[in-house]
Design a binder for this molecule. Structure first.
Ligand code: GDP
Ligand code: MG
Length: 692
């Protein structure tokens, strides 16, 4: 690849609902730019961007992939972002690296959850947005309804640039409103242009090229006072003014241009490629937040400064790592030493590559704004690589909270110890995955964004690290306690077998207490039990509280006081007193009104205002208690509640459905409450079933 400067780099993220044609658009653009000579299909598993075995199997993107190519004087870095919400971490990384976000929308169905989500994320990061309506060749297209759905969802800034001429329900040509030319395409995506003046674009919707030009002109007028005056005077704009105006409007963020394409029978891709060069360069992006010497600074893309670069994605495999790096300042060179400001280590950069799907192509440098791949370095996602005299750390990318939890084990056959190290590798590449061992149930818990996410994690553990795992709903860490103080209860162990006998006899009083772990006291007068047996008695009780009398769950908030007992000078032993204590425990618990406790979590769930009613109704079905509601100021509301943990396993998937992909929540353990009686039998039998 030849040298390109920062101004000639275009980082473009393709985002939107899964299935809306992002991977297909990347394919069509690569084809039209002459990089590939045939268009692959998701259904055939042969696209450039969906090359991972799991993507081919699922016929959908699950990873962020990169396609670099040159077009006229420009280097285009296309980032194909997965649309499925389960893989939102990859989407956040893609939107971080892209300077322009192309949001794809299908002409068949218009705006979806994934469209809104992509738009919202792009707005949060202040990226430039462009809409591309795909599938115009489909017999079921309804472009003008889809276009209207864009306007309804994203407002008057949605601005038509390339729109179709629909005749008899099918698209006939694509009209470039700036040029007032209609393009008809052959099978290879080569077009012939004709005059579009006065043509009817959709008879059904009563739309002509002139009405659409009016909408475009309005957006253009917004960019400049002189143009606005001209617009109000109803003087037509020159082509030059329109063309310049669209680019300017996009740069200023005062318009979101809409293009129309077919990705499979390529049409409109030539016009989109031409437009790519007008898209903002990396220097137009908002500066990044970083820390330097403990102070927060802003860093803009600038090739003339010393090196700083951000690792925005990592791919782990057993043989080493592949790091995706965006250079922010300076130039990153192969065979050079850089400092990792997060780990403090000096890292040697070997070769550098650009990428075309899975194909690596060696490059000799990466200037500020460019995206490259380094292999076999130690850096992790979120690390900053910088010059030794310019130690800075960029703020990490924000990731969604992993809330969907499953217990992971090697099943009947395998070796659980292998799982931990394989998962540790995946944690390096996937920032929306979490792993912990539950302190009570001792289960290994994997947390991710949803069932598909963990399903892919499971498949990767197998294919990459040869670890076979089984996922199951996590057990709930129930506990037991007592509600009543007992009188003193006897535990007497006496056995006469042959020579030596065994004898231990204790009287213990049990009562509830504040402390979670067992409190043991003794109030023995006159040596009815010799002191040296106290530790054995306490140990007997400690072991006993591990398994309560209701369902065998740990007993908490219990105080035991040793009041009396008796001993035998020959037959008494530590073991005998330990057993006596456990007998007293068993007898005492039954008299002390034992109850089951369930863990309660503290929930903070944020959704768009209109869904709060649904969520509150649902939380009450989950036996939740709503404590309060607070608007967050951007059309969202946070609901605070306390909900039993056993009712929350499927909340992630529920919330996604109800909140249309826009909800988020945190849920953390708060305390134990008594389990309602009506659930006692169910819980006792379920705990019994899982206890081996
Ligand atoms: N007819 C037609 N099919 C398309 C077009 N774009 C995408 N598709 C098909 O729609 C499906 C989903 O496309 P894909 O690119 O994988 O969607 P993604 O999830 O957004 O990456 C695939 O079967 C594509 O072949 C298009 O412009 N026309
Ligand atoms: Mg895709």
């Amino acid at each position: 690849m030849k040298h390109v400067d920062t101004e000639h780099i275009k980082n473009i993220a393709l985002a939107g609902q899964s299935g809306c044609g992002k991977t297909a658009l990347a394919e069509a653009l690569l084809y039209r730019a002459g990089v590939i000579d045939r268009i692959g299909k998701a259904a055939d598993g042969n696209t450039v961007c969906d090359y991972d075995a799991e993507e081919i199997k699922r016929k959908a993107s699950i990873n962020l992939s990169l396609a670099n190519f040159e077009y006229s004087d420009f280097k285009i870095n296309l980032l194909d972002v997965p649309g499925l919400l389960d893989f939102a971490a990859a989407s956040n990384e893609g939107l971080f690296a892209g300077d322009t976000v192309i949001i794809c929308v299908s002409a068949k169905s218009g705006v979806h959850v994934g469209t809104r989500k992509a738009f919202k994320e792009a707005m949060k990061l202040n990226k430039h947005v462009l809409f591309v309506v795909t599938k115009i060749d489909d017999p079921n297209q309804d472009f003008y309804a889809s276009f209207q759905s864009l306007k309804d969802a994203f407002g008057p800034k949605v601005c038509p640039v390339i729109v179709p001429e629909i005749v008899g329900g099918q698209y006939k040509s694509l009209v470039h409103l700036g040029r007032m030319k209609a393009y008809t395409y052959d099978k290879k995506g080569v077009s012939v242009a004709s005059d579009a003046q006065g043509i009817v674009l959709s008879e059904k919707d009563g739309i002509t090229a002139d009405t659409m030009l009016g909408a475009l002109s309005e957006a253009v007028a917004e960019t400049d006072d002189a143009l606005m005056e001209k617009f109000f005077a109803e003087e037509p704009f020159t082509q030059e003014e329109i063309s310049h105006g669209i680019h300017e409007a996009m740069r200023q963020g005062s318009a979101y241009p809409v293009f129309t394409v077919s990705c499979t029978n390529p049409a409109g891709c030539d016009l989109l490629l031409e437009f790519l060069k007008y898209m903002p360069s990396p220097t137009s992006a908002d500066p990044l937040i970083a820390t330097k010497n403990g102070e927060e600074i802003e860093v803009a893309v600038d090739a003339s400064k010393p090196l700083s670069a951000f690792v925005f994605r990592t791919v782990a495999d057993p043989f080493g790592k592949m790091s995706f790096i965006k250079v922010i300042t300076g130039t990153l060179k192969p065979d050079s030493d850089v400092t990792n400001s997060v780990s403090g280590a000096v890292e040697h950069i070997g070769k550098l590559y650009t990428m075309l799907g899975k194909k690596l192509i060696e490059v000799t440098e990466a200037v500020a704004g460019d995206i490259v791949i380094a292999t076999k370095i130690n850096a992790n996602t979120g690390d900053t690589l910088c010059a030794a005299d310019n130690i800075i750390s960029f703020a990490p990318i924000k990731y969604p909270n992993p809330t969907y939890r499953m217990a992971v084990s090697s099943g009947a056959s395998g070796d659980d110890s292998k799982i931990g190290s394989a998962i540790a590798k995946l944690l390096e590449e996937d920032k929306s995955l979490a792993y912990e061992i539950d302190p009570t149930t001792k289960e290994r818990i994997l947390a991710g964004l949803g069932d598909q996410h963990l399903d892919v994690v499971k498949a990767k553990l197998k294919t990459k690290f040869n670890a076979d795992v089984v996922l199951a709903e996590p057990r709930i860490a129930y506990k037991e306690t007592i509600r009543k103080k007992t009188d003193k209860v006897q535990g007497r162990h006496k056995k006469q077998s042959g020579g030596h006998g065994q004898f231990g006899d204790v009287w213990i009083e049990f009562e509830p207490c504040e402390s979670e772990s067992l409190v043991f006291e003794e109030k023995i007068f006159g040596g009815s039990v010799p002191k040296n047996f106290f530790p054995a008695i306490e140990k007997g009780l400690q072991e006993s509280v591990e398994h309560g009398v209701l369902a065998g769950c740990p007993v908490i908030n219990l105080k035991a006081t040793l009041l009396d007992g008796s001993y035998h000078p020959v037959d008494s032993s530590e073991m005998a007193f330990k057993i006596a204590a456990s007998l007293a425990f068993k007898a005492g618990m039954k008299l002390a009104n034992p109850v089951m406790l369930e863990p309660i979590g503290s929930l903070a769930v944020t959704v768009e205002d209109q869904y709060t009613g649904d969520i509150m109704a649902n939380l009450s079905k989950r036996r939740g208690k709503v404590l309060g509601m607070e608007p967050t100021g951007d059309g969202m509301t946070t609901i605070q509640a306390e909900v039993p943990m056993r009712e929350m396993h499927d909340f992630t998937m529920y919330l996604r459905q109800v909140a249309k992909g826009m909800g988020e929540f945190t849920f953390t353990f708060l305390r134990y409450d008594q389990l309602p009686d009506m659930l006692l039998d169910e819980v006792v039998s379920s705990v019994g079933n899982t206890e081996e």
